[in-house]
Design a protein around this ligand. Sequence first.
Ligand code: GDP
Length: 298
Amino acid sequence: AKLKKGLEKTKTSLIQNIETVVCGYAKIDDDMYEDLEAVLLTGDVGLETTEYILQQIRTGVKTKEIQEGKDVVPYVQRCITKLLEENDTPVPTREGTEVIFIVGVNGVGKTTTIGKLANYYRQQGKSVLVAAGDTFRAAASEQLTIWADRIGVPIIKHQEGADAAAVIFDATASAKARGIDIVLVDTAGRLHTKANLMEELRKMARVAGRNIAGAPHETLLVLDATTGQNAVSQAKLFGETVPLTGVVLTKLDGTAKGGIILSVKRTLGVPVRWVGVGEGIEDLQPFSAVDFAAALFD
Ligand code: GDP
């Protein structure tokens, strides 16, 4: 229900606009394609995805499956559902301590997501430790401490300006010693240079891997849905910088730009793992293509 509510604006602006536009055409002509293209692009679906959808419709017209405007609606729905399902693999389950890096630029909702994830895993009966790997901003570590205290999970943090890799070293060593199930690692979101970011994240990964085999097991990129195409640029940049395993798309509630989920998936080719639908601790859900499509179309 939360997802449905969260996607309401995307549904009204994107999905219903598609319906309104195409249903206005008794027969399919170039104007219909142009109008539909405009709606899809305005809905932040992205150029490539838009072209893909239009191509599918052209095929449907050729095979006479599409005769008039209203036949286009289920076609678009099927395309979007299929695109959502691409790479929609479940989170692998592992034995032993799992280390999850959370990356993304400042303000996208990294800290909040870590709090929500910690809460989620705690509710699943797992033990959690959070690592304040953003040593650059004192506020980040403070905020993370508030979340950790609220949820009742241990946090490892160092002084502001400390080496982030040292935090990760302590956090993974401590998690190993205590037999912790999940280590959630906050990382710095300042993007001054790609090389810098890459170096820092690589070092953190190396150190984590030294204490816990295979760590980091997941590197999740957090993207703010309200930023639309900006989120796609960030996805590109991070995708070229670190080996990502998944995406967290935040702030889907209250934005009409939910269509960017399609752009992001195309750009990165990794699964969307979680979606944020509010500021509360419970407002994070594992991504499911089926549920997402249902929230948009039902
Ligand atoms: P960080 O700088 O990336 O760590 O970002 P924060 O975690 O501090 O989040 C920035 C702001 O976004 C805060 O005000 C959060 O409450 C808000 N936020 C995070 N996730 C969501 C979400 O899914 N929905 C909404 N509406 N707000 C969110």
